[in-house]
Design a protein around this ligand. Structure first.
Ligand code: ADP
Ligand code: MG
Length: 350
């Protein structure tokens, strides 16, 4: 895992080779001050996260609300300065500069798309304004003709009718607004898009269109995407790999299909048990699952921590398969122990 950390920063020629992750996070810790002005108390939102976003992949970051997903994205977007740890983008150690001093080139390279497109689009402006501004910021010298064709191209890329360049945000549907937000991110030709729950405010029928757009950006433009979601079905559908967060820690990470077919960590199993899956055998009672979800996922600690050793003995990462790790004392190679624990908790599908 650490073999790729040894590149000299700043020499873009040799650090952007195919094997280097575009975003590489090691030991990322973020403490937030809590308890008022004169308190020194802190809350540890990230407890030492390791995470790579590879070139041209979609990496899903899943976990319940409060697990630290947005904090990771905000650190990578340089909206938040981590307490410790390293962050390399294109092999360059970026935390050496203060967030507010992050270069324009960096901000173009790493773009963020937020959950609420309405909140990020000023209602007083038309679509054309948002896109033009982003294009101008990126390439100041674009001629009027070049600008028109870039605007049209951006609208085509996100499957929006060009006529909508004249629309105001309130005239657009939620899905269309999110497409505008994505087009604006694309205007600066980013390498990485950090999409923080971009689909969670959208109707299910609209959601799939945004997921397919993300796939297309990956496949046709080689853009790397960090896709934050609590929707595991969406993660499975769209993401090459999935990283599961729990209370500021990565508990499981691997190739999405394999990980979700047979999750090794009890927490991943619980998250998945709340996702209806027609392919999974057995019947399931939605009310029962909803209650379980509320009971377990509302908690701030793992349901098995009380019986396990996690409290005083932080579990290490075990390899389940190549590229697949789990961090749990209960993990055994065939995962029977974790399964048994799940059965005891009454979550079995049988
Ligand atoms: P997620 O995106 O997974 O829902 P977040 O990254 O937003 O989680 O938050 C992780 C934890 O950090 C939460 O407990 C949240 O309350 C806390 N947190 C996030 N931002 C701040 C902040 N600016 N000040 C204090 N606590 C914060
Ligand atoms: Mg969040």
């Amino acid at each position: 895992m650490s073999a790729t950390t040894d590149h000299a920063p700043g020499r873009s020629g040799d650090v952007t080779s195919a094997g280097t992750p575009v975003v590489q996070i090691r030991g990322l810790v973020k403490d937030f001050p809590v308890g008022g002005l004169f308190s020194r108390a802190t809350f540890r939102a990230l407890g030492g996260v390791d995470l790579d976003v590879r070139r041209g992949e979609i990496l899903a970051l899943v976990g319940e609300s409060g697990s630290g997903k947005s904090t990771i994205a905000r650190c990578v977007a340089r909206l938040e300065q981590p307490t410790s740890g390293t962050l390399r983008v294109d092999g360059v150690d970026v935390l050496r500069t203060e967030p507010r001093r992050a270069s324009r080139a960096y901000r173009a390279k790493v773009q963020m798309v937020f959950q609420d497109p309405f909140g990020s689009l000023n209602p007083a402006h038309r679509v054309e304004h948002f896109l033009t501004r982003a294009l101008r910021l990126h390439r100041r010298t674009a001629s009027a003709v070049a600008l028109r064709s870039r605007l049209a191209e951006l609208m085509d890329t996100v499957d929006l009718d060009r006529a909508l360049l004249d629309a105001y945000p309130h005239e657009l549907s939620g899905g269309q607004r999110q497409r505008v937000a994505i087009a604006r991110a694309l205007a600066v030709e980013p390498e990485v898009i950090l999409a923080d729950e971009p689909t969670s405010m959208l109707d299910v029928s609209v959601r799939i269109g945004i997921l397919n757009l993300m796939r297309r950006l990956r496949d046709e433009r080689g853009i790397s995407l960090l896709y934050i979601t609590h929707d595991l079905a969406a993660a499975r559908y769209v993401a090459d790999r999935t990283t599961v967060m729990f209370a500021g820690e990565v508990v499981e990470a691997g190739e999405s299909t394999a990980l979700m077919a047979d999750p090794a960590h009890p927490y991943t199993q619980l998250l998945l048990s709340a996702v209806p899956d027609p392919q999974r055998a057995g019947t399931f009672d939605p009310a029962e699952r909803a209650a379980l979800r509320a009971q377990v996922l509302g908690a701030t600690t793992c349901p098995y921590a009380a019986d396990g050793r996690c409290r005083d003995d932080s579990p290490v990462h075990h390899a389940v398969a190549p590229g697949w790790t789990v961090r749990c004392h209960l993990y055994r190679p065939q995962t029977e122990v974790a399964r048994r624990a799940l059965d005891v908790a009454g979550t079995s599908n049988a």
